[in-house]
Design a protein around this ligand. Structure first.
Ligand code: CAA
Length: 378
């Protein structure tokens, strides 16, 4: 766990090179224009980064979760919007189809998603069901050959751009939580209505939309798992997703720290670099400690997942700790940069906005605490 193997180092370095050479140059402009990085996502697909843990036979790269977190960290270091697009496709679109899909579903949906030919998304959240996911209201009504989906899905990352979505809906209302089932939905039909992208504080070049389902059709063959497996499909995917979001937050925190160190060396006040002022040294040291600790928690959770061991608690712990600390680290980076940190010309300003959502999506900080505490009390 403390030493990466040669393959993991090669993946990390390939991600770092691509991120710094190809993603970084337009990141600030895309953020300002809220422009989706279509070409970059396509290139990531060609590199095998859109289905990193999917076996090669299904179009993926056949890598481990640790390699996935290394790549995500490197990509988030330069552009967290690209990282979330990639994370959602890998963790909550590909992974549930790999875990629960039939051979036919893997051929039909996983192959295009993992190879980057199509983009994927995840429709769990609704306007009135966020943290309490089981309170979702979207209904699946049985019709000839399949189901008609009706309802509203909120905050859908990759919405409007992605083609295939893992979607949760009520098939058997009389069974409560056990009456929720999962499907793969093809958005290429009139019953899937995408609203205008949300006008967000950060991650501005990734797309997030509200989706209305109006008799959106899924065939019987599109159900993932058994009837009633919906929450298992969703929460199982979110275990891996949370490790990914922790890695995304870590990438931003590491960047904020590196920018702060450079700035603290270059900027002088009271006759010396500001990095020699004890007050700032306290910040830098604390930032470094929190970044290092986050990385260890993420690698541990990834390691357990790769070993096929339970990792729900560890994934939640990694997400809780890494995202809360990344928010803190990015905040301190702005403070260290003084007035410049408040300027849109400095990357720490974007990091400060982008990092904020990491304590909210894929389960809030409060939900991670609930998941951890429940597991401890088992
Ligand atoms: N893996 C597999 N199955 C799991 C599981 C896991 N980690 N956790 C729970 N389950 C199963 C349970 O075993 C249960 O099935 P059985 O009844 O057959 O045992 C079923 O799922 C329901 O579990 P709970 O009864 O524990 O569910 P709950 O209603 O009490 O909810 C919760 C628990 C932790 C609060 C959950 O609702 C939750 O995680 N909420 C947060 C939702 C969330 O993270 N949303 C993120 C949206 S996606 C997103 O943000 C993507 C993006 O855009 C970036």
């Amino acid at each position: 766990m403390f030493q990466l193997n040669d393959d993991q180092i090669a993946i990390r370095d390939a991600a770092r090179d691509f991120a710094r050479e190809q993603i970084e140059p337009g990141a600030m402009e895309r953020d300002h224009k809220a422009e989706f990085p279509k070409d970059i996502i396509q290139q990531l697909g060609e590199m095998g980064f859109m289905g990193m843990c999917v076996p090669e036979v299904y179009g993926g790269a056949g890598l481990d979760t640790l390699s996935y977190t290394l790549a995500l960290e490197e990509i988030a270091y330069v552009d967290a919007s690209v990282a979330v697009t990639m994370s959602v496709n890998n963790s909550v679109a590909c992974a549930p189809i790999l875990a629960f899909g039939t051979e036919a579903q893997k051929q039909k949906y996983l192959k295009p998603l993992a190879s980057g030919e199509e983009l994927g998304g995840f429709m769990l959240t609704e306007p009135d069901a966020g943290s309490d996911a089981a309170a979702l209201k979207t209904k699946a009504t049985k019709v000839d050959g399949g189901w008609n989906l009706n309802g509203a899905k909120a905050w859908i990352t990759n919405g409007g751009i992605a083609r295939f979505y893992v979607v949760m809906a009520i098939t058997h209302p009389e069974l409560g939580k056990k009456g929720i089932s999962a499907f793969v939905l093809d958005a290429n039909q009139p019953g899937v209505v995408m609203a205008k992208p949300e006008d967000k504080m950060g991650l501005r070049s990734s797309k997030t939309v509200m989706v209305t389902l109006e008799d959106a059709f899924v065939s019987d063959d599109d159900m993932l798992g058994k009837p009633g497996d919906g929450l298992k499909v969703a929460f199982g995917g979110l275990d891996g997703g949370r490790i990914g979001i922790a890695a995304q937050a870590l990438g931003m925190a590491q960047r904020a720290l590196d920018e702060s160190v450079s700035y603290a060396k270059a900027r002088h006040a009271f006759g010396k670099p500001i990095g020699e002022q004890p007050a700032l040294q306290t910040y830098l040291a604390e930032m470094e400690a929190r970044v290092q600790a986050s990385r260890l928690l993420i690698h541990k959770a990834a390691h357990l997942k790769d070993a096929g061991l339970p990792c729900t608690r560890e994934a939640a712990t990694a997400k809780l700790f890494s995202t809360e600390n990344a928010v803190w680290v990015c905040d301190r980076a702005v403070q260290i940069h003084g007035g410049y940190g408040y300027s849109r010309e400095y990357v720490v300003e974007r990091l400060y906005r982008d990092v904020r959502v990491t304590t909210i999506y894929e389960g809030t900080t409060e939900i991670q605490r609930l998941v951890i505490a429940r597991d401890l009390m088992k």
